[in-house]
Design a protein around this ligand. Structure first.
Ligand SMILES: *Cc1c(COP(=O)(O)O)cnc(C)c1O
Length: 362
């Protein structure tokens, strides 16, 4: 198969070290070596943001893609008599809506246009209204980095409202964890969902939820799914290091190697700065070629993904196929934006030379 650089928002281009970690000797998930592996990963995950540990958060590992972590979080933290407010401006916010419907849990949703920021004025209005109603909101749910457009949502603003009104926040940080700042102290967070194969640079197959210990201890019986019941995973992992079901063993090998590498490279902030320098380079060079960003201001973007308008005289398929032939995978727009925008992620094992080659090809 052709060797490609992946500029989609995960799975990412792996380092050789992470790729090689996949071919370790076989390991049974009921042997002591497996529990040591899992415990090591859990402790490394807790160290990425030291404030998470300080504020009483713990990690729980699951097998599955990022969606499994988000679904397990909603499934397990929200009880059947919860009432959530979902604050959405893209595909992933709307996916939370689909999950709550499937779980038959009560919620309201504030949907902004995908090109717009979260509507925090409306959030405050609805919270105030709900406080006067018979069933006030028990939780607020949102997306940190909305990968649909590349917007880094104003979770500082949302978190401030959560704190002021005393409503806990559940956050999908699948595409921002280890690439952007997550304020475990001030956002009134109860839980955050994330994955191994985006900013952490592992392979697909494992995901995790970082949640307040007191919350993890109090959610027994909430989940109507057996497999996505965080409490079961938490109970076993925190006591013995094992998991109730067969974990994706090789994906955990890769995650361990990726976490070691992240630490050696200086942690999330160093990674963030690297992503940002690549994104800024790509945005500048494409602007010079007359290709504009989709969001009005560069400061709306995360460090790790930018959406661009397709140039008028070209189709996405033409651009994609040309780049693929020459070693790069870019990413299409989703839903209403398919064909209209393209996206370039700068996460994974990429450097400025790769970006120079990409720009020359475009
Ligand atoms: C990637 C992603 C997910 C999970 O998608 P999977 O395909 O299940 O990995 C969830 N939320 C956001 C914001 C994402 O970028």
């Amino acid at each position: 198969m052709q060797k490609l650089k992946l500029l989609n928002p995960g799975p990412v281009t792996l380092t050789q070290r992470v790729r090689e970690s996949l071919v370790k000797p076989d390991l049974c998930h009921r042997e002591i070596e497996f529990s040591e592996l899992q415990k090591d990963i859990l402790s490394r995950l807790n160290k990425i943001y030291p404030e998470s540990k300080k504020n009483g958060f713990e990690s729980v590992l699951l097998s599955g893609s990022g969606t499994a972590a988000v679904e397990a979080m909603l499934q397990s933290v929200l009880s059947q008599d919860s009432k959530s407010l979902v604050v959405a401006n893209g595909v992933y916010g709307e996916r939370m809506e689909a999950m709550l419907k499937a779980q038959k849990k009560s919620f309201e949703i504030i949907k902004s246009d995908w090109s717009d920021p979260l509507d925090l004025l409306e959030v405050e209005k609805r919270i105030v209204l709900s406080k006067k109603s018979s069933i006030p909101f028990t939780h607020i749910l949102s997306i940190h980095h909305e990968t649909t457009t590349g917007r880094l949502n104003d979770i500082e603003g949302l978190g401030k409202l959560c704190r002021e009104y005393g409503v806990p926040l559940l956050l999908d940080a699948v595409s921002s964890f280890a690439g952007e700042w997550i304020d475990f102290e001030n956002w009134n967070l109860q839980a955050v969902a994330a994955t191994a194969n985006k900013c952490i640079h592992g392979v697909p197959g494992v995901c995790f939820v970082v949640a307040k210990k007191e919350v993890l201890n109090s959610i027994e019986g909430n989940s109507s799914s057996v497999y996505l019941d965080l409490f079961r995973y938490w109970s076993e992992q925190s006591k013995t290091g094992f998991s109730p079901f067969t974990q994706a063993v090789q994906s955990l090998f890769a995650l361990q190697a990726a976490l070691e590498e992240l630490e050696e490279q200086g942690g999330w902030k160093v990674r963030h700065d690297h992503y940002l320098s690549l994104s800024e380079y790509v945005r500048d060079k494409l602007k010079q070629k007359g290709i504009d960003t989709f969001l009005a201001s560069n400061s709306s973007y995360s460090a790790l993904l930018t959406s661009f308008h397709m140039p008028k005289n070209r189709t996405y398929v033409e651009l994609h196929d040309h780049l693929k032939k020459n070693g790069f995978i870019i990413y299409a727009g989703q839903g209403q934006f398919s064909g209209e925008i393209f996206r370039i992620a700068t996460m994974g094992d990429l450097n400025i030379k790769d970006m120079e080659t990409l720009i020359n090809l475009i």
